[in-house]
Ligand binder design. Structure first.
Ligand SMILES: *Cc1c(COP(=O)(O)O)cnc(C)c1O
Length: 373
């Protein structure tokens, strides 16, 4: 991962015309899956591939993980399931976390999707679909144990069980609100709540942990875990070393270099004024490419391990960085700088932007060349 491509290989420019390269290491993705699966055993690891696998390409990610034995995939929305289904093996299961909106049930049943049912209304509608077809349909019942977001209130567990009579409930499920914070008292509270729900559903397995939950210990594993960010190399737990392998590397091309005198204004609204003669490079990615505007004046990119601070505001399509610390002439038109890589992890960049790795990954957009290794 340490070799800095420089400049953008000509076949890249000719083939795609892209000014940045998003390298997605499918080998690392697979090893992250294996590591999570090993930690979970005898519980199993599904893969959360919502939002196009956090921006990395759901079909490619699913294909890679299927080769590692993963057979359970979660998307958030019905539309994502419709798109991903053709890429999955015949024996793979595809779950829809948000459940179904009225009118989608028939198509979902035709496609063999497994909705996560979040309300009595969703349970009843899916049940009616099953009756209409004269067969049991598979489902997951989600209970809300502390996020007030999606899921049945635990008090409705008996009613849900009754309403699900002609469904095959594969799992009862809940989602942890603070799994990345091992010290949060909310974790144990949600686990206790979920144990009471499980008692109501004898013989039905628990689907509980996300990435962070996997690292909270066995109690949280249930039978099927739902990791997302850890697969993609993001840190599953805050404040400790990240045990996952990086999956994403991002290099962006320089489109202009210049030397400006002291007192020059840089970028929109002139928020940055140079204090001395400064060498600047403008790189061809901006907030439309997931380099969030909150990085203005505080983020950085890297070249040869040297930190190049962002000068002034992030624009939609470009960012100007101070390259005075590099030897003159090191960066020229088409040179690449590292945005995510060995010098700046995904989580480092997210922290500089005041956000989380999830938001960076899902914001990267469609203008980079995607290179899968
Ligand atoms: C997004 C999501 C996950 C995956 O979470 P990570 O923190 O990325 O592992 C798991 N379960 C649910 C319900 C989700 O919405």
């Amino acid at each position: 991962m340490n070799d800095m491509p420089h400049p953008i290989p000509s076949e890249t420019r000719e083939g795609e015309g892209a000014s940045g390269i998003l390298t997605i290491d499918l080998g690392a993705l697979g090893r992250n899956y294996d590591a999570l699966a090993a930690r979970l055993a005898p519980a199993r690891a599904a893969a959360v591939v919502k939002a196009d696998a956090y921006g990395l390409g759901a079909a490619k990610v699913a294909e890679t993980l299927q080769a590692r034995g993963c057979r359970d995939f979660f998307v958030a929305l019905f539309v994502e399931a419709v798109r991903l289904k053709p890429a999955l093996a015949a024996d793979a299961r595809l779950f829809v976390l948000n459940g179904l909106l009225p009118g989608n049930e028939a198509q979902a049943a035709d496609l063999g999707l497994i909705p996560v049912l979040n309300s009595l209304e969703q349970v009843k509608r899916w049940s009616q679909t099953a009756s209409a077809r004269g067969r049991r349909l598979p489902a997951v019942l989600q209970f809300d144990t502390g996020m007030s977001r999606l899921g049945l209130p635990p008090e409705e567990r008996a009613a849900a069980r009754a309403a699900a009579e002609n469904l095959d409930v594969l799992f009862v499920m809940s989602h942890l609100a603070a799994a990345d914070e091992p010290d949060s008292v909310q974790n144990a509270g949600q686990l206790a709540e979920m144990r009471r729900v499980v008692e109501e559903f004898p013989g039905i397995e628990l689907c509980f942990a996300n990435s962070g939950g996997i690292f909270l210990g066995r109690d949280y594993h249930g039978v099927l875990a739902r990791p997302g960010i850890a697969l993609y190399g993001g840190a599953p737990t805050g404040g400790v070393a990240n045990p996952m392998e990086p999956v994403v590397r991002l290099d962006v091309a320089v489109v202009q270099t210049r030397t400006v005198p002291a007192g020059a204004r840089v970028g929109y609204s002139g928020t940055h004024v140079t204090g001395a003669e400064t060498r600047l490079a403008t790189i061809a990615a901006g907030y439309a490419d997931g380099l969030l505007r909150s990085l203005s004046g505080r983020g950085a990119v890297y070249c040869d391990g040297v930190r190049l601070p962002i000068a002034g505001r992030v624009s939609m399509d470009s960012i100007t960085v101070d390259v005075t610390a590099l030897p003159e002439g090191r960066l020229t038109l088409g040179s690449l700088v590292e945005v995510i890589g060995p010098n700046q992890t995904l989580d480092d960049l997210a922290a500089a932007a005041g956000t989380i790795s999830y938001e960076i990954l899902t914001s990267l957009g469609g203008r980079y060349l995607r290179r899968y290794r």
